[in-house]
Design a protein around this ligand. Structure first.
Ligand code: MTE
Length: 342
């Protein structure tokens, strides 16, 4: 997201020092050809390097790539798919917003390389009669998995078309048996600064007050389009895309689609949300995609569709109300002033 990151001069000395040492060490690794070469760290090559004493000092610094697993799933039909050109997998996994792993688009793929998401526990709690705790395997086996091809429109005015794999959030919430007092749903990302370097570094993490939190109104959470994704392009989610489980709400700006969720809590009050806390004039609670309501610093009338890697890579197209899902969701907001509730 485009935010005002404090100038280095505004940062405390210890916040800078930590980071520069970290980056310096990675630079050394890079120069030596180790960064991004996880595969080289196993087998004969690693043994040879270790013998020569080269790897010993860096071993704990270079996480192994976490293998993705292939998923069994059914393909969904309309309105859960689009025949628009899909964004290539490599773009989906290397142009990311995941500030816990760095504020630059390329950083999450690098810093989430060794993100360990098994074991994992997702709680469903709050105003429910049957609180639930799902472990890592339950996320993949408790509900039938479905592939849905959705548009993702970032508030920064770029967009993608992504084949997600997951299940309706409503199915999970129903199992927890919501009380009638439940009016909102609050989501929280894992807080683990040891694994997520952005969480204790203003430099990497963009000044966000972690853990990242998001929220939906109950009817939005129960809407059939709203899903929890555990995979994309046929495999489990890579760390940078929100492994092992993330929210996907296709008619809202991408920042509502919170990643790596550990808690889903049903509440009576509207919960606080990360970007709204950081810049309330710029990012609202609702964040419905709306070409008629500009961001205070840029237009939302059009978007850059990230498609191929070639010459046609950055097509500019008109942005549609509710990201093209108006027929399915406009009813949720009847009578609301969408300029006020942005
Ligand atoms: N969730 C967490 N925990 N941290 C983040 O920084 N970024 C959001 C959203 N979910 C973010 C997050 C933003 S701004 C966008 S646009 C989408 O994730 C991007 O998802 P993608 O990287 O899979 O395309």
């Amino acid at each position: 997201m485009l935010i005002k990151i404090p100038a280095k001069s505004e940062l405390l000395e210890n916040q800078i020092t930590d980071e520069s040492i970290y980056l310096q060490r990675r630079q050394i690794l890079k120069t030596m050809g180790f960064v991004g070469a996880g595969a080289l760290l196993s087998g004969a090559f690693a043994a040879k390097q270790a013998q020569a004493g080269i790897l010993d000092i860096f071993e704990s610094d270079e996480p192994q790539e976490v293998p993705l697993k292939s998923l069994d799933y059914a393909k969904a039909g309309k309105p859960f798919i689009t025949d628009e050109t899909m964004t290539p997998e490599n773009k989906v996994t290397h142009h990311n917003n995941f500030y816990e792993f760095g504020a630059q688009k390329s950083q999450p793929a690098e810093y989430a390389r060794g993100f360990v998401t098994d074991p994992w526990y997702l709680k469903v709690e709050g105003n429910v009669n049957k609180p639930l705790l799902l472990d890592h395997d339950a996320l993949f086996s408790r509900f039938p998995l479905q592939e849905r091809i959705y548009r993702l429109r970032c508030v920064e005015a770029w967009s993608m078309v992504i084949p997600w794999i997951g299940f309706p959030l409503a199915d999970l919430i129903k199992q927890a048996d919501p009380k009638s007092s439940a009016k909102y749903v609050a989501f929280q990302t894992l807080y683990d600064p040891k694994q997520m370097p952005g969480q204790d570094s203003r430099f990497l993490g963009g000044g966000i007050d972690y853990p990242y939190v998001e929220g939906l109104r109950m009817d939005e959470a129960m809407h059939p389009l709203t899903m929890l994704a555990v995979g994309l392009y046929g495999k489990s989610l890579p760390g940078q895309n929100g492994a092992p489980v993330r929210l996907v709400v296709p008619w809202k700006y991408g920042f509502k689609s919170i990643k790596s969720i550990v808690s889903i809590k049903l509440t009576t009050q509207q919960p606080p949300t990360t970007w709204n806390k950081l810049a309330p004039q710029e990012y609202g609670f609702y964040a419905n995609v709306n070409p008629a309501v500009d961001h205070p610093r840029w237009s939302q009338a059009s978007e850059r569709r990230i498609t191929t890697g070639g010459l046609l890579a950055n097509n500019r197209i008109d942005t549609l109300p509710f990201n093209g899902y108006a027929d399915d969701v406009a009813d949720l907001y009847t009578g609301m002033d969408l300029h006020r509730y942005y």
